[in-house]
Ligand binder design. Structure first.
Ligand code: OAD
Length: 252
């Protein structure tokens, strides 16, 4: 690490230690090292599956069998994935009293698996399936075990309880996230391209209410030049581990 990089870690650690009251906003990038592909970029899901055909609520209503081809592949990957050190570091920051919550756009459950307790699942959670005709809910594991695409007793194909493009964010998740964004003193933005609204608005809300923004991402994003105060450029696990080490010992 260069001296300049070490200084950035030291500054970020100092802000976290002095202000505490931090919130994390995470995206697909934090789970890449758990073997779950991100959405955008060369290896991303949207290179193989056109989101207009596979990720909108309209596409699901029109061709649920086709959308389930992608969903069953995605769920297969998710159920095998385990948290990586970046998830563990966020759980540790919460246990230390530095982090108050995690807002995640991910539907993989890896923050909870790593021990994070206050997790806002902004785009829902595929552990339950819902019938969009009669609104019955079923545990995913049970129903998917019966065959794909899973069906309700009424015959309709079930939808996982995740947010498709064109669907609203579950209102409690949206309200709670915006409150957390307004009230936090530091926002850690980890592994998101910040291209999808309204999640991408959370850093702006936090900044407008005085939060210091620390971004962890190997790439620059639309936030980096405009909103980010410190960009720790690197993979989530390495950057989070360095940040934790600096927080504990004062050096990375
Ligand atoms: P994206 O795939 O858009 O962005 C992933 C980000 O993670 C990129 O900025 C990468 O540079 C970064 N990244 C890649 N590897 C990383 C690593 N090892 N460590 C840290 N960062 C890394 O994913 P999201 O921003 O989460 O929504 O996408 C937001 C939403 O768009 C998703 O929740 C999903 C998607 O379409 C819906 O489907 C509604």
């Amino acid at each position: 690490m260069t001296k300049g990089e070490k200084d950035l870690y030291r500054q970020a650690a100092e802000v976290l230690a002095s202000r505490k009251n931090a919130v994390a906003l995470t995206g697909a990038g934090i789970s890449v090292e758990s073997g779950i592909p991100a959405f955008r970029g060369a290896q991303g899901m949207w290179e193989r599956f056109d989101p207009a055909e596979y990720a909108t609520i309209g596409a699901f209503l029109k061709s649920p069998e086709k959308v389930w081809e992608m969903l069953s592949e995605m769920i297969d990957v998710l159920v095998r994935a385990v948290p990586n050190p970046a998830h563990a570091c966020l759980a540790e920051l919460e246990a230390m009293g530095v982090l108050r919550s995690v807002i995640t756009q991910n539907v993989d459950g890896l923050h909870q698996a790593a021990g994070s307790r206050k997790v806002i699942e902004y785009h829902g959670n595929p552990s339950e399936l819902v019938c969009i005709r009669c609104w019955k809910r079923f545990p995913s594991r049970e129903k998917i075990g019966e065959g794909v695409p899973p069906r309700c007793a009424c015959g309709r194909i079930l939808k996982p309880d995740i947010v498709f493009f064109g669907e609203p964010i579950p209102w409690i998740a949206q309200e709670y996230s915006e409150t957390e964004a307004r009230e936090c003193s530091v926002l850690l933005v980890v592994g998101t391209s910040a291209q999808v609204m309204p999640a991408s608005d959370i850093p702006r809300i936090a900044k407008e209410h005085g939060a210091f923004i620390v971004e962890i991402n190997p790439e620059e994003t639309s936030l980096t030049a405009k909103i980010t105060d410190i960009h720790l450029q690197g993979r989530a696990s390495l950057a989070m581990e360095r940040l934790m080490e600096t927080l504990r010992n004062g050096t990375a």
